[in-house]
Design a protein around this ligand. Sequence first.
Ligand SMILES: [Zn+2]
Length: 457
Amino acid sequence: MKKILNSLFISYLLSVTVWGRAPALSSAPSKSVAKIGVYIFDQDKKWANIVRSQPELILDHMGKFGYEVYGPAGLEEWLKESNIPYTLVYHYLKEEQNKGTDNLGGYPSYAEWSEELRKLATDNPHILQLSSIGATEQGREILAVKISDNPQSDENEPEFKYIANMHGDEIVGRELMLRTIRDMVSAYNNHDPEISNLIDKTEIFIIPSMNPDGAELRRRANSNFVDLNRNFPDFTTGDNRDEILQRAKETAAVMRFQKSRNFALSANFHGGAEVVNYPWDTTPDLFPFDQMIKGISQEYAARVPGMYDSSEFPRGVTNGHAWYEVDGGMQDWSYFWHQDLQVTIELSNTKWPSFDSVSNFYNNNKVSIIEFIKKIHQGGGIKYTDGRDGEVKILSGNKDLGTYYLRHGEFYKVLPPGDYTFVINSRGVENRVAIKVPTSFEALNNPQLQSYIVLND
Ligand SMILES: [Zn+2]
């Protein structure tokens, strides 16, 4: 603790003597430590740059009145030295005191909800497949549900993903995902035409809790105090290779899972604000499909009462970096290395609201949750039956929209509706395929349209 305190203090002195110039970037592991959490009331943001200049500190949820700051042991001492007033919201040494008989405030425990999910999967093998993507630091399985017709087989259907609760104390997302799974199953079994059609044509994966250890402990970080949403590779830092290395087990599990599939659209659910946050988070550079992702985000926000007309975020959305910079987040990693378009959906201003209020959040979000899944059908793909790897360049007329991986013989991309040419390079041969991207409504309602053009070797 002393050592970290010293290094924090020394880098603070350095940042002052060089007039606030940011010190050198730190390596990823120290950046992702969240042992202490504070709230800093700072309406004028007069301390924000001092906080930002500390490579060990995590700034979160920049708001009208202030922001959260997380960091290693020694954070409080540093704030005192720096004359920055704060309110303590989490302290690892005080965690024990919070553990009463009802630490979870009425929310189901991991044992309870995972058992319920297992039962649901066992009872509905025609559309559900439950698996574990890996174990947490404390040995809990990180459960993933696949919802699709013929869930045991990998069909030519676009792959969609929801991940919730990577911050253990942001609990609403987990509950919304469990309710979404339950309601989709019952809608399918009751032959609801809209939901049945969506399930039949899509491979939907839902991970209700990426950080079940953190949820049991009711803390942001995992059991080793790693902030999982600062623990992914970051293309703008020295930690810029898609390698598992020393990362937390939960991060590593998601990285392996992502590599095994071909996700094209996903969202990850958080709490502490009410807004849809779209990439990039780590750089002010414009995201390649900025207008499209902004539009999809606004569609999510538009159907949530109170989100779209937010006084803080115009139309209920924000570019990630414009709000506050996140390095090592899952959202940017997902697109940069896996061309999986991901947004971060902040569901509730209160991270752990009363359990009774969860049904309200669900009612407010459930239409958007389904409509967002449908968006994956606004895309086009190719599939080689021999499972080959290669590259795909996308052309819109003469305009080059980038080059992407062809993995396991499969490539699918969400794009603005229109006509494209996919230029495929694989095994030394170039192949050009015309792709028409429909709206998701057309794709889901016209049985003639296929998501994938199947190519033989
Ligand atoms: Zn979060």
